[in-house]
Design a protein around this ligand. Structure first.
Ligand code: SAH
Length: 391
């Protein structure tokens, strides 16, 4: 298999690739990486139908729109910032990561350089002293907006005004700054408490011609270039006629459902995370979409309820987390009896398990398309289209 663009860019290497461990296959050429992913998906899923060629990325670097740096101090007492070594709490110093939006990495370096003059100490996980724990940055690929979230161990942030002023002077491209307080002994990055220090407290970005609001905690796909291709492909595979009622299960902030809303009569979105559903409702308003209804519920419970009420839908789009769906969800899905199921998965192993279950329940896998959402890493996304076999 060949990708058209695989030879048109200069290959880059990372000096800490081994120490960091975040990029499991960065040592391979991009061509080799996608061949490996293609093979992995084929080995698992070819038994259902012949897997299509992977949708590779034109330029497989600097794609991440969500960047998280942890702050610490080295043995000489100097502030460092970077990435946790895979599986540990040791911070590997990284100034420029091959996956990160470079605008974000530049801001992180600036923040680190400002710490001394503002007498801000980095947080120590063992002694629980110090202030700055993490910096989270979210960037809008199309909108160019940038949100900086300063995660501090305390809400007491001396000279915060001057700090923000100095940061904005260095980086006028930043559109909002949020203070997040995390004073717990936890490996979670963000704490509960938030305060907007500058701007609106969220960014917006355009995806498949719709605008989405992204808050510090919202789930949003991290590779905007490939997400555009992924969602367009999913909708193309569904080949909607315009009069369908569909379910967008595990809908997050409503992205897929809102994008699909132009192509169908009605979309019913279901999502467990309350904040995400709030964002989804806002996103519907923001885009003036009137045929989408969001429910804040466990997707399995929701499907069971729909099945019990003998409601039917024409298609289900589902995009569960890595663990995949549940047997209860899949059983209820077959009672609702959609003609088509479009399954978007970030884990081909659980996708295989769930496809096997749906095949036993009377569905046939029509198409499987892998998409490389995470170049440099071993993760691979897939879209599977299934249709009901009419007995
Ligand atoms: N489709 C969205 C989000 C996919 S991520 C997008 O592409 O942006 C998976 C989503 O499933 C997350 O938002 C997570 O909160 C949600 N989720 C996890 N378990 C769930 C459950 N049992 N019921 C409903 N939603 C769930």
């Amino acid at each position: 298999m060949q990708t058209e663009n695989s030879k048109t860019f200069e290959r880059r290497s990372c000096p800490v690739v081994k120490e960091c461990g975040g990029c499991q296959i960065q040592h391979l050429s991009y061509q080799k990486q996608i061949e490996m992913k293609q093979k992995q998906v084929e080995t698992l899923l070819n038994k259902f139908c012949k897997v299509k060629d992977i949708i590779a990325m034109d330029y497989p670097y600097y794609y991440r729109n969500k960047i998280h740096a942890t702050f610490d101090t080295d043995r000489k007492g100097k502030a460092i910032s970077g990435i946790y070594q895979a599986g540990t709490h040791k911070v590997v110093s990284v100034d420029s990561c091959l996956l990160h939006d470079q605008r974000a990495d530049n801001i992180i370096v600036s923040i680190r350089e400002m710490l001394r003059s503002f007498k801000i100490r980095t947080y120590n996980e063992d002694t629980r002293n110090g202030l700055l724990r993490h910096v989270l940055i979210r960037t809008g690929y199309n909108s160019k907006q940038i949100m900086v979230v300063l995660v501090l161990a305390s809400h007491v942030f001396p000279s915060r005004k001057n700090f923000i002023k100095a940061l904005m002077k260095k980086h006028p491209e930043i559109t909002t700054v949020v203070l997040n307080v995390n004073n717990k002994k936890t490996s979670m990055v963000l704490g509960q408490r938030e305060q907007v220090l500058y701007g609106k407290g969220f960014i917006e970005d355009t995806l498949c011609e719709k605008v989405f609001r992204i808050s510090p905690k919202s789930f949003y796909q991290v590779n905007p270039v490939q997400t555009d291709l992924l969602y367009n492909k999913a909708i193309e595979l569904a080949s909607f006629q315009g009069n369908e009622t569909i379910i967008d299960a595990y809908c997050g902030i409503g992205t897929i459902g809102l994008i699909a809303s132009d192509h169908v009569k009605k979309v019913i979105g279901v999502e467990l995370n309350r904040d995400a559903v709030k964002d989804a409702i806002n996103n519907a308003k923001r885009n003036n979409v009137k045929n989408v209804y969001f429910h804040n519920e466990d997707a399995g419970d929701f499907m069971i309820k729909m099945a019990r009420e003998k409601q039917s839908v024409d298609a289900v789009i589902m995009d569960p987390p890595r663990a995949g769906s549940t047997e209860a969800f899949l059983r209820a899905l077959t009672s609702i009896n959609p003609k088509k199921v479009v399954y978007i998965s970030c884990n081909p192993v659980t996708l295989k398990r769930d496809l096997e279950s749906l095949v036993k329940k009377g569905y046939q896998v029509q198409r499987i398309v892998p998409v490389d959402m995470f170049p440099g890493t071993s993760h691979v996304e897939c879209i599977a289209l299934m249709s009901r076999t009419d007995k």
